[in-house]
Design a protein around this ligand. Sequence first.
Ligand SMILES: [Zn+2]
Length: 407
Amino acid sequence: MKTTNRRRWLSTVATAGVGAVGSQLFQPQRAESHPKFSPESKIRQAAQSPLLLKDYQPKSMLHVPETSVPRSKFPNIDFHTHLSWIDRKGEVDVVNHVGEPSEALRVMDAKNIKIMVNLTGGYGPLLEETVKHWHAPHPDRFLVFTEPWYDKANTPDYPKFQADQLEKAKKAGARGLKVLKTLGLYLRENIKTGPLVKVDDKRFDPMWEAAGALDMPVAIHVSDPEAFFLPTDRYNERYEELSAHPDWSFHGKDFPSNAELQEARNRVMSRHPRTRFVALHVSDSENLPYVSECLDRYPNMYVDIAARIGELGRQPRMARKFFDKYQDRILFATDATPHGDETPQQIFGNELYEIYYRFLETEDEYFDYAPAPIPPQGRWRIYGIGLPETILQKIYYSNAARLLGIA
Ligand SMILES: [Zn+2]
């Protein structure tokens, strides 16, 4: 584990219950206390060279209600978190845990999070280690998913091997299968070289089928915002995000398009109707009409909202209708992780959860979707969708509980 991550984790959990982490970011700044609003600084500013986009942090001057939602209205299951990661050390994979369960539990208890699902639990002996660290000491608070063993993907008996691994993973304590966008965007025929392996590659069919037979939901992430597939130029609405993370761009080279990835995932869902798939990040959060079509077409499809309230909250009327119509198939999730400082929209802590609750439960207007001075996924703000209690209860808890086999 990197020291910075550890430090971030500790500093975040240290203030659990007080709600103090970074809260200064959300204090409306008074005009007179803002140096940029004094007449002298105005003149100074104008005389200086042009303000760089990266330095521009405009404060909203709207006078609108700000509702604090310190706890979710119902206990929740965060269906999408990363409490451990598999890292490559030389030739072998190792598992890193981002902290101790007791540290996470302090935030969970303060924020009404009953269960965290740690999706990136690894495989084989690494999975066993993850289960031992998170699930075994607190079986009713942490659940762990397993992942495919891609190193073996080129071996002739891989299809059967991977299906058998799933059975072993279930016995070891895994509750589902997580498929990162590794499949479709990174994994190549010879692991790192050769053509990309397609999401609907037949060698994974026994794995998808086994997941259904074992009643293990599949959490699958296949694509990213559409702008990641376009040139990083002046027209790209995620220019700043892509500039900060150039490796997130899938433009050019031999990358498939967003539509191709979504369709490949659809073919998998159609070939394995008994298997339940949770398309992570709302599947395609910028295109809810398309996601609706997919949900109508594939009854075995669900979606989570992890790291996409920035998208849902900037189209609040359409999002609200979407939640109404698919209230039995949407899961509360955040993508929370104390891993890395570069994605504020995912930093595990009080503040992250309070923003999600505010989005789901209130009709507040024009607020930040991430605890950061500059909106990290694009320069816009969001609007709450004020869901009624009946829908909130499903989104927060019962939909996920049903999928995970929890009473
Ligand atoms: Zn994730």
